[in-house]
Design a binder for this molecule. Sequence first.
Ligand code: PGA
Length: 253
Amino acid sequence: MRKKIVAGNWKMNMDLAEGLKFAGSIDKYFKDKPSARALPILCTPFIHLAGVSEILKHGKVALGAQNCASEASGAFTGEVSAWMVRSTGAEYVILGHSERRMYYHEDDMLINKKTLLAINSGLKVIFCCGEVLSEREAGSHFQIVKRQLEVGLFTLSEEQMDKIVVAYEPVWAIGTGLTATPDQAQEMHKFIRDKVKEKYGNDCAKKLPILYGGSCKPSNAAEIFSKPDVDGGLIGGASLKREDFVAIVEAMQ
Ligand code: PGA
């Protein structure tokens, strides 16, 4: 059985007090439940990590960051290293998000470097991939995702692949209210799993959790999650509302 995951990506939202309060309410919800259907992860801004880590410490919700530096340490003003993230108690980091690719010009090589560094620092990586609208319209979406995987991920060893969660996020579905259909998601998730199988073999491919991201909400989550190669979601906007986030976790069968 593959691990089921629903990760909330807060992006650049909530100040420290708001974030701590929100994390507390999510923690409480899952503590009171016998067992969640999927592992909930909160991916917060850097400034929340240490405080949220204390709050989540004895509970059932995991913690992640949304980025980390491409260098291990040193004179890189304003950067936060993978090891610093790990030292807060966070276990995960999102890398290769389309907003990082788009606004901060992160390319596949840089994402690969960050991914290796994060794993070597003891983090698990939620590795994002996905095509933009023009690529989907031109029919090149498989080619794009294949390149993102090959350059960004496939330098890892099989052992390192154990620390990877892939998130397929069609860029045209992020924050737009447009969602990939469950069939479109399944088709790409299967494609990703097949590529991993070609490179690393069946065992590795079978174990890999592949999340869907892009306007996932309580009303569409169950249908998307019902697809055989969809192992959960990476949730942006809807992760900022407690009822919506927990409903999406509960939508996992
Ligand atoms: P969204 O964002 O759920 O707001 O579309 C998803 C993401 O960017 O991870």
